[in-house]
Write a protein that binds this ligand. Structure first.
Ligand code: MBD
Ligand code: FE
Length: 261
């Protein structure tokens, strides 16, 4: 078999050199000894073998990538994609003048939530036909396709904004979420004395031609975990009131997309 030629990647060289430079000064400052280093390698090995590497990375690192990229930019702040996004969700359409219903089981437990919004861009233009991907957890705080017994696409789906950039979807309230504590990530939480909770949140991803894909989350503005989200995904412009209307809740938020560079 012929080996394919592998090209040197300048970005890899640049990033690896930076990584080593900072790791060296980190190791000097932390005064890590060899036993601690071995403990770390064994723990990281378990993290990989248990499939928790994406969880750990998205909880403890992703927020810093986003802050470095986006804090000073106009438009809606992105938030964490997280480890629970999956492709291939059902296309949802409004039927008979009723709102779009996010994929759910018959008699899905939880309080009904109507969530609506508008999508525009940084120039103030309304964006019709934007693909909106939405996913969130259920009343047991579990995500379909991961830690839930529900069908694969439960509480997941995608739909399109109307010609004025508006959408409305019927779902249930998301639930504050404890990240898994029974594996290496939980082991780390215990040693680091950190709590495992994320505030309740809706995951949303917006894709529009000529625009940067916006991956973000929406949080109820009265959630008790907003100030100590284990994953540090809360941003002020992503909070909104989840209003109790008696037999259902209503929430709304508008989203502003950046143009593609
Ligand atoms: C989640 O539900 C989540 O959204 C993130 C970012 C990390 C862990 C669990
Ligand atoms: Fe989540």
């Amino acid at each position: 078999m012929q080996k394919e030629a592998v090209k040197k990647n300048d970005r890899v060289v640049e990033v690896f050199d930076l990584f080593i430079k900072h790791i060296q000064s980190f190791l000097e400052e932390a005064e890590l000894n060899h036993e601690e280093y071995t403990n770390f390698v064994n723990w990281a090995d378990r993290l990989g073998r248990t499939g928790e590497l994406p969880l750990f990375a998205d909880v403890f690192l992703e927020t810093h990538v986003l802050r470095a990229m986006y804090t000073e930019m106009p438009g809606t702040q992105p938030s964490l994609l997280g480890p629970y996004f999956i492709e291939g969700t059902p296309l949802l359409k409004a039927e008979g003048g009723k709102p779009i219903v996010l994929t759910q089981r018959p008699n899905e437990a939880g309080d009904v939530l109507y969530f609506k919004g508008n999508v525009s861009n940084v120039d103030g233009e309304a964006l019709g036909n934007v693909k909106v991907e939405m996913w969130h957890n259920d009343s047991d705080a579990t995500y379909s396709a991961f830690d839930s017994v529900a069908p694969k696409y439960n509480l997941r789906g995608h739909f399109y904004t109307d010609e004025n950039g508006n959408f409305e979807v019927k779902t249930i309230l998301p639930t504050p979420y404890p990240i898994p504590t029974n594996g290496p990530t939980g082991e780390f939480l215990e040693y680091a004395d950190k709590q495992p909770m994320r505030p309740a949140h809706l995951h949303l991803m917006f894709e529009a031609e000529g625009h940067e894909t916006l991956i973000t989350q929406v949080f109820p503005d009265d959630d008790k975990w907003l100030e100590n989200d284990v994953a540090d995904g809360v941003r002020l412009d992503l909070l909104t009131k989840f209003e109790n209307k008696g037999d259902h809740y209503e929430a709304a938020l508008n989203f502003v997309m950046r143009k593609e560079q």
